[in-house]
Design a protein around this ligand. Structure first.
Ligand SMILES: [Zn+2]
Ligand SMILES: [Zn+2]
Length: 172
C-alpha cells in the first residue's frame, strides 16, 4: 500500500490497492482476516503536506457474542490522513492518528499500518451475526437460529416458572 511523494507532487492524484490480508499484518485475536483488502484514495500535495482521502474495505470472520457462530462482517473505513514532510519534527508522535510526520528524505510511505488501524476500529465490541440473533438455548445449548428445541418451547409457556416454584418450596 505504498504511495510515492514525488509521484504525487508530479501530479499523480489517485491510488488503488488490492492486497493480501497478510500484507496488512493484522494481529487481532477476535477477528480473522481472510479476504483481500481494497483501498481507493485520492492524493494531493499542498506545500509540505500530502493529503490522502479515500476508503479502505475488507471483511473479517468474527464469533457472534450471542450464538457463538462464526460469521462474516463487512468492514469499510475512511482514510483521511495528512502526512507532513518535515525534517525538524521527525519521529514525533503527534497524538493524532490522522496526522503523521516524516522526514523530507523519505519518498515512499506505506499506508498499510494506518489502514489496518482504521479497519480494526470498525470491529464491534459485541459482534452479532444478526441484530435479531436468538442466541443459544440456556437449557440444551442449541443454536436457536437453526433449531427450536423442545426446552425453549416449554420455557416460553411458563413451565419453568412453575418448576422453579416447586423447587423453591422443597428447599424451605
Ligand atoms: Zn448469533
Ligand atoms: Zn434447548
Amino acid at each position: 500500500m505504498k504511495i510515492t511523494f514525488s509521484e504525487i507532487e508530479a501530479g499523480k492524484s489517485s491510488y488503488e490497492f488490492d492486497v493480501e490480508p497478510a500484507e496488512m499484518r493484522f494481529d487481532f485475536p477476535d477477528a480473522q482476516f481472510q479476504q483481500r483488502v481494497k483501498a481507493a484514495v485520492r492524493a494531493f500535495a499542498s506545500g509540505d503536506e500530502i493529503i490522502i482521502d479515500g476508503t479502505v474495505e475488507t471483511s473479517a470472520i468474527m464469533e457472534c457474542s450471542r450464538c457463538l457462530a462464526d460469521f462474516e462482517i463487512k468492514l469499510k473505513a475512511p482514510v483521511k490522513l495528512i502526512i507532513q514532510r518535515n525534517d525538524e519534527m521527525q519521529d514525533d508522535d503527534t497524538g493524532d492518528e490522522n496526522f503523521d510526520i516524516v522526514s523530507k528524505s523519505v519518498n515512499e510511505y506505506d499506508l498499510a499500518p494506518y489502514c489496518r488501524e482504521q479497519l480494526l476500529v470498525e470491529l464491534p465490541n459485541k459482534p452479532l451475526c444478526s441484530e435479531d440473533c436468538e442466541g443459544l438455548c440456556p437449557v440444551c445449548g442449541g443454536n436457536l437460529n437453526e433449531t427450536h428445541c423442545d426446552c425453549s418451547i416449554e420455557s416460553d409457556s411458563g413451565h419453568w416458572e412453575k418448576l422453579r416454584e416447586i423447587f423453591k418450596g422443597g428447599n424451605s
